[in-house]
Design a protein around this ligand. Structure first.
Ligand code: MV4
Length: 495
């Protein structure tokens, strides 16, 4: 087993990895930026090293500083979490060269999966159904014109070095192609340093469904079923669930088998996700995410498999702790990402001080978070405050439980998207499981439902405030009263 793990990340995922370390008896090392001195993950770690100023490029992306901290601490392995350096082949290669075990796929596999066109080709070779499109990058307009004509409009242009939606352009007809090609190539160059662009058939309002994979160093690979991540906004997922309401056991078994076979085909080591668009009852491969994902807990809740512990076992050269035949999908799990963002101001980030914080509990609730009362969320990083995950025996129980958990959640001091999640959980189309990647734009009543609920809570707060003298406590008391729907405590003192 690896002996000491440095976590090259911050926030809730750093704590998530350290929790696995603690259960496995492995010491953990945090690295942190000057903006994260007061962060919970720094306090949680067994040791912590400051690696530089707040901007990520100077700290969480600073490879020499991170390697130096690993050497100084005696860590023999690095867990990269998600984002930052998690899928960076150069970082994985540096670790390999320095004799530090990178907890993730090899630099070769990271490079292959990071090149989205190469990944498409490779997956097609492995027998995975891919979105109709090009097997090579398009360079000139003529080539793009012929290719798009062959595929049939609408098409979508994507930067090959990208992924996750950045720079993608939908092209409805040939007249739009020239300017779309120009802008996608420009974004590809500035964002990814690579002008390569590829073309796919554009699928309208598909569901986003992804399979969780685990591959070990012995050549075994299994799948842990799928997650549905269709509720997203500007390529940011907001709600994820497992299993998907659209996937039958037979489809799961078949697609999972194809995905696991493809993982073996490329020599995939570690946890990873194969993303698909699901449209007209069919799966189309999009890309591989070669890391543990934000939404991994919903899979953990329905399978009972600790994905981070499996990552650590795999990196230690041990075989997978579970065989495919033993994987069971039990019940349903849903995750809401709780973000510091104002749903009434186009979801603009709202970093700042958390005045009062109380997370929900009770049956079937999991909260992965890196915050506490009086903590100030820094403005340098992503605005996720916590992940609220619930489990239920079926989807309806999970939804009811999520509504109950959102009702219990106290988060005072910063605007956040809890009202948005409350609105979605009460939305008839969501409850039916009628999802698609354009859900938020097409459910036009969603924002009004949310405003209505926020208005009710606000009125309650205003009516409460004169009742309390201590101004600092008003917001906290009002929020608690608002979520419990009480104007004043109903208990009476005994006479
Ligand atoms: C697509 C697509 C339709 N057809 N690919 C967006 C995130 C990334 N993971 C893949 N994405 C998409 N890829 C094909 N062939 C639709 C999306 C997509 C999307 C694209 C552009 C603008 C907004 C979008 C919102 C959801 C999904």
């Amino acid at each position: 087993m690896v002996k000491k793990i440095l976590i090259a990340n911050r926030g809730e995922i750093a704590i998530r990895v350290m929790r696995a370390c603690r259960e496995m008896g492995i010491p953990s090392v945090a690295v942190y930026s000057e903006a994260d001195r007061e962060a919970l993950f720094v306090k949680y770690a067994d040791e912590a090293y400051c690696i530089g100023p707040p901007p990520a490029t100077a700290s969480y992306l600073n490879i020499p500083k991170i390697i130096a901290a690993a050497k100084e601490s005696g860590a023999d392995s690095i867990h990269p979490g998600y984002g930052f350096l998690a899928e960076n082949p150069a970082f994985a290669r540096t670790c390999e060269e320095e004799g530090i075990k990178f907890i993730g796929p090899s630099s070769r596999v990271l490079a292959l999966m990071g090149d989205k066109v190469a990944a498409r080709r490779e997956m097609r070779k492995a027998g995975v159904p891919v979105v109709p499109g090009t097997d090579e990058c398009v360079t000139g307009f003529e080539q793009a014109r012929e290719t798009a004509h062959g595929i049939g409009y609408p098409v979508i242009l994507k930067p090959s070095g990208g992924g996750g939606g950045i720079g993608m352009t939908i092209v409805g007809n040939e007249e739009e192609l020239a300017s779309a090609l120009e802008s996608t190539q420009a974004i590809a160059t500035t964002t990814f340093g690579l002008c390569d662009v590829y073309i796919e058939k554009y699928l309208s309002n598909p569901r986003h469904i992804e399979f969780q994979l685990l591959g070990d160093s012995k050549g075994n690979a299994i799948h842990l079923g799928e997650r549905e991540c269709s509720i997203q906004r500007r390529h940011q997922k907001l709600i994820e669930e497992s299993p998907s309401a659209a996937v039958t056991p037979a489809m799961r078994a078949e697609m999972g088998k194809v995905a696991a076979k493809a993982a073996r085909f490329v020599g995939y080591e570690g946890a990873g996700t194969m993303e698909f668009l699901f449209s007209g009852g069919k799966f189309y491969f999009l890309e591989v995410n070669a890391r543990v994902q934000v939404e991994h807990p919903v899979t953990e809740m329905v399978t009972g498999v600790d994905i981070v512990k499996e990552q650590i076992r795999i990196a230690s050269g041990l075989p997978l702790g579970i065989e495919q035949e033993d994987v069971r999908i039990n019940g349903c799990a849903i995750e809401c990402r709780i973000n510091a963002e104002d749903p009434l101001s186009d979801f603009a980030p709202t970093p700042g001080k958390i005045k009062s914080y109380h997370s929900p509990g009770g049956p079937g609730i999991r909260v992965d978070s890196g915050v506490y009362t009086s903590y100030t969320i820094p403005l340098f990083y992503d605005p996720m405050i916590s992940k609220l995950i619930v489990w239920g025996r079926d989807r309806n129980e999970a939804i009811a439980r999520m509504q109950r958990a959102l009702y219990e959640y106290v988060l005072v001091g910063i605007k956040n998207n809890i009202p948005f999640h409350k609105a979605v959980m009460g939305n008839p189309r969501f409850v039916k499981g009628d999802l698609g990647t354009h859900f938020i734009e097409t459910e036009t009543t969603l924002m009004d439902d949310m405003k209505g609920m926020m208005g009710q809570e606000k009125t309650l707060e205003e009516r409460l405030s004169p009742l309390y003298g201590d101004k600092k406590r008003i917001a906290a008391i009002a929020a608690i009263a608002a979520i419990t729907q009480m104007e004043h405590p109903t208990q009476k003192d005994p006479a």
